[in-house]
Design a protein around this ligand. Sequence first.
Ligand code: NAD
Ligand code: UFG
Length: 332
Amino acid sequence: MKKILITGCAGYIGGTFCYEALKKNYEVLGIDNFINSTDKNIKYFKKNFSKFRFVDLDLSISGEKVKDIFNDFAPDYVVHFAGLKAVGESETKPDLYWQNNVLSTMNIMEACLSGTRLIFSSSATVYGESVIQPISEKCAIKSESVYGSTKISSELLIKDYSRTKNIEAICLRYFNPVGSHKDGIVVEDYTNKPNNLMPKLIEVIKNKSNEISVFGNDYNTQDGTGERDYIHISDLVAGHFSAIEYIYDNEENLFKTYNLGTGKATSVLELVESFNRVNSTNIKIDFTDRRKGDVEVCYADPHLANCELKWKAVYSIDEMCRDAWNAVKNDT
Ligand code: NAD
Ligand code: UFG
C-alpha cells in the first residue's frame, strides 16, 4: 500500500485527512510539534491503526532531520498541512508566521527528491479582497495580511522547486472549512478562544451565553452580513484524495493550484439560522462593528477542481452545522 507523509496531522484538517488515509489503509508517517494542537488525535491514531507512526518535530527549525525522515520513510505522497493560521495573530507576530510557515515549507521542499508528489494547504486568503466573485484561480493574488503573505510565498516557493527539482505539486486553496467528520473522532477546536464563526457558535452554546456577536450588518450583501463559501471538512478532505489521484495520473513537471469550495455564498445570518434550526438551539444575534480586515464577500468558482480533479463538494450548510455540533455536543 502507498505511503503518505502528513505534516500537521495533530490538527483539525490534517487530523481529519490522516484519519481518512488510515481508514483507506495508507501507511502514514505523521509530523507535528503541537504548537496549535494537543496529542489527542495522535494518541487515537497510535492506538487504533498499526500503520501509523509519528514524529514530534518543529518542521521550521530542523531541516536535516526533515531530510532524514524523508529518506527513511520514502513517501509516495507528502501532504503538507502544518502551519499557523490566525490572521490577527499573524499581524502581531510576523516573525513567528514567516519563520514557522515559510521555513517549514522550505525544509519540506529541500527534503523532497525528484519525483516527489506534494499537496499543499493554501487558502482563499491569497486572493485578498477580490472584486471578482466568484473567485477563480485566474483572479489576481494579493496579500492583505502576514498570514496571506506566508501562503503566497509558500506557493511561489513550491512552484520554483516543482520546476527546478521535478517535484509534482498541487496547492489547494481552501475557502471556509467547517464542521467535523461524521465519526466525530477529529474535531475542530472550539475551546481555545475561537475567532471563526462555526467554533464560535459552539463556544457560545457551551458557555451558555447563547449570543453571537455578528461583525457588521451594513455590507452590500442580501442581508447586510458577510458572505462566505463554507465547505464541509469531509468534502475538503475528499478533495485531497482527488488531488492525490490526479497527481498520480499526471506526472511530468506538474504544478497546479485549485480552489476547494462549494461555489455558494452564505451569509452569517443564514449560517446562524441553519445552526439553530438543525440543532434546536437558540443562539441570538448581537450586531457589532465590522471586524478589521474582513472582506464583504468571498466565494469560490470551483469549476477547475470539478473538471480536472473530478471532485465536487456535496454537503449542505445544514449538514455542516449538524455535523459540527454532533461531534462535540456530548463533550463535558
Ligand atoms: P490546525 O492549527 O488545527 O492544524 C495545524 C497543525 O500544524 C497543528 O497541529 C500544529 O501544531 C501543526 N504545526 C504548525 N506549525 C508546525 C511546525 N512548524 N512543525 C510541526 N507542526 C506544526 O489548523 P488547520 O485548520 O488544520 O489548518 C491546516 C492547514 O490548512 C494550515 O496550513 C492552514 O493555514 C490551512 N488553512 C486552514 C483554513 C481553516 O479555516 N482552518 C483555511 C485555509 C487554509
Ligand atoms: N463572524 C462573525 N462573528 C464571529 C466570527 C465571525 O460575525 O464571532 C463573521 C465574519 O465577520 C465573517 C464570517 O463570520 O463575515 C466568517 O468569519 P470566519 O472568521 O469564520 O472566516 P473568515 O472568512 O474571516 O476567515 C477564513 C479563515 C482565514 C482565511 C480567510 C480567507 O479563518 O484563515 O477565511 O480565506 F484567511
